[in-house]
Write a protein that binds this ligand. Sequence first.
Ligand code: ZN
Length: 339
Amino acid sequence: MIIDCHGHYTTAPKSLETFRQRQIDGLKDARLAPAKDSLIIGDDEIRDSIEGAQLRIQRERGTDLTIFSPRAGGMGHHIGNAVTSALWSGICNELIHRVCTLFPKNFVGVCQLPQSPGVPPANCIAELERCVNEYGFIGCNLNPDPSGGYWTDPPLTDRYWYPLYEKLVELDVPAMVHVSASCNPAFHFTGAHYINGDTTAFMQFISADLFKDFPTLRFVIPHGGGAVPYHWGRYRGLAQDMGKPPLKDFLLNNVYFDTCVYHQAGIDLLTKVIPADNILFASEIVGAVRGIDPETGHYYDDTKRYIDKVDWLSAADREKIFSGNVRKVYPRFAARAAQ
Ligand SMILES: [Zn+2]
């Protein structure tokens, strides 16, 4: 079985975006704010939005199932306040639940959290519990920078985040570290802000002792871990200078990387530097980079093709990358599959 651990509902019906725009307009003029029940999306609309894109691509690329969450760029935690984020997250998560209910063999849900800059993450616990317990979701996306490029909240290792971590541990679900849109013009959102977010989270983990306090807490760092695998020597050296244990012992029981790296040399490096036990297959379709690479004639985000070409991976390593590690990192996936 081939499981893509990182997919977003980027093809959601247009009325979702219209609703969001009205919600944003309503922040300036309350008379424009839409009622929650004014958004009506039929099952057929959801089917059409999935079958034409996500499902077709799954079939074409030979993957079986996608761990699916709301569009990351659309989370927009910097917009409005906690009430804005609560309504928007609830709507987006419900749509993911409906996709997973309509296509139970192809999608399993992961939720967006109703974060807001300056609002303690404990505020997200109720929505996380609702999504896991009522919808059967198996994880969440956690934004390390709800400000959208200004990094105004404490680092992920600060006690500010601990109540949410306690709930993640209790529910036994991991978090994918995933920023949303950038409102800082210095950072292109998918080209710089995303990669910054991934890299920054890893360095935050090195700088503290978070996993002493939470030995079973698990994070997936997407986009191949940002700059981390490429600069593994730098991070090992920094950890060493700080008197930390070797990274393998210090972080790799808790931190995992996906394969959303869009060229062969990048995947080659990832699989040489990071142990197969810590790599999860992902492509982030339909996502950040949608074109065809003229050098190969294949889609940049057809990441399975790159992994298939890595000849030093054993059959056991491949099995871990394509599905075994998901069962380990997302135990609720395994529990669901066993039902
Ligand atoms: Zn993503």
